[in-house]
Design a protein around this ligand. Structure first.
Ligand code: FES
Ligand code: FES
Length: 132
């Protein structure tokens, strides 16, 4: 049912934890199952220099957050904005159809953290104008 990559990221998730004085923090919940994901970003010169997450959720949600954090680390804000949940699922060699919504959490948590950053530093991020 689960790819080796999903299992591997579930067993050894990358970037778990919190960032003190993070530049952006985003928390989202999955309406379907009540799971919660929290994402912390450290941003310098429009680049995500560090990212950590905490996920209270299923294995697919944990694997998705782990993969998503790996995919945006060192990337620019606009590159992170372009990360879709489909790309995360693809990088994990797929998720079972009923688990696709778990990867949506990761995409949403990143956007929520970027939104928080944009508010904190009074910046406009294209695509987040009416995020809430
Ligand atoms: Fe909540 Fe997946 S249904 S953990
Ligand atoms: Fe709830 Fe995966 S996040 S089932």
């Amino acid at each position: 049912m689960y790819s080796d990559k999903v299992m591997e990221h579930f067993m050894n998730p990358r970037n778990v934890g919190e960032i003190e004085n993070a530049d952006g923090v985003g928390q989202v919940g999955n309406a379907k199952c009540g799971d919660i994901m929290k994402m912390y970003l450290k941003i310098e010169d429009e680049t995500i220099v560090d990212v950590k997450f905490k996920t209270f959720g299923c294995g697919s949600a944990i694997a998705s957050s782990s993969m998503a954090t790996e995919m945006i680390k060192g990337k620019t804000i606009s590159e992170a904005m372009n990360l879709s949940n489909k790309a995360v699922a693809q990088a994990l060699d797929g998720l079972p159809p009923v688990k696709m919504h778990c990867s949506v959490l990761a995409e949403q948590a990143i956007k929520a953290a970027l939104y928080d950053y944009s508010k904190k530093y009074n910046k406009t991020i294209e695509g987040l104008e009416d995020f809430n």
